[in-house]
Design a protein around this ligand. Structure first.
Ligand code: 13P
Length: 256
């Protein structure tokens, strides 16, 4: 029996107009969700954060940014600061998503700076790691995710201040948006690696408490099996989180 509360987190990426977002948020707000059994989070684009805050007020749904800069303010055209996310209603922020690493040249070093800044600002980071298909085929999966863990969490680990509330997300790049989910066994193997790494490097209790989400083609059809694995504590959902029916049926995995 896991002591960690499941978290179902919707990463909208660069999707949904304000009208579409309004419909989806209304669907989430109106749904019967047992918040004793599951935490729910949405990460809309920046321009939709205010709307999300307005429409989700009075619910237990958390709101996250999809990225941020590590500085508090300044001449960083196109960027957004931790404080700005907080002012827009965010409690969480997704950091180091593989799309940011691959398409926007984000590195584990900058992710580390962002992890540090988010914690200092009082935001909970959701730190993403994961290997590419090529890396998996070359049997480098654990080298890659080990290095991503070490580099992305470096400063807080060195200070001995990695919070229990931090959230990890294992997203194998080859499973994102491809319809190819990692098998529950493949995902569990990677999650167990992450959990052991955390226990060894930040302490047994913190490693036991940190939630590790799985991401990559999560659907209503595969969520139950994924959630039955001992070290999978929730999901980071892309495509299937853009429609109320599929997101809600993932959230309500506990019913079946
Ligand atoms: P998909 O669920 O669309 O595969 O996306 C996963 C993801 O990248 C979530 O952050």
């Amino acid at each position: 029996m896991k002591n960690r509360k499941p978290l179902m987190a919707a990463n909208w990426k660069m999707n949904l107009s304000l009208d579409e977002a309004r419909d989806l948020l209304a669907g989430i707000k109106g749904a019967a969700i047992d918040f004793d059994k599951v935490d729910v989070l949405v990460a809309p684009p920046f321009t939709t954060l205010q709307l999300a805050r307005e429409l989700l007020s009075g619910t237990d749904v958390f709101i996250a940014g999809q990225n941020m800069h590590w500085e508090a303010k300044g001449a960083f055209t196109g960027e957004i600061s931790p404080l700005m996310l907080k002012e827009a209603g965010c409690t969480h922020v997704i950091l180091g998503h593989s799309e940011r690493r691959a398409l926007f040249l984000e590195t584990s070093e900058t992710v580390n700076q962002k992890v540090e800044a988010s914690i200092e600002a009082g935001l909970t980071p959701i730190v993403c790691i994961g290997e590419t298909l090529e890396e998996r085929e070359e049997e480098k999966t654990f080298d890659i995710i080990g290095a991503q863990l070490r580099e992305s969490l470096k400063s807080k680990c060195q200070q001995g201040k990695l919070p229990e509330g931090l959230i990890m997300a294992y997203e194998p790049v080859w499973a994102i948006g491809t319809g190819k989910t990692a098998t529950p066994e493949q995902a569990q193997e990677a999650h167990l690696f992450v959990r052991r790494w955390l226990k060894e490097n930040v302490g047994h209790d913190t490693g036991e408490a940190i939630r590790i989400l799985y991401g990559g083609s999560v659907r209503p059809e595969n969520i139950k099996e994924l959630m039955s694995q001992p070290d999978i504590d929730g999901a980071l959902i892309g495509g299937a989180s853009l429609r109320a029916d599929s997101f809600l049926s993932i959230i309500r995995f506990y019913e079946g």
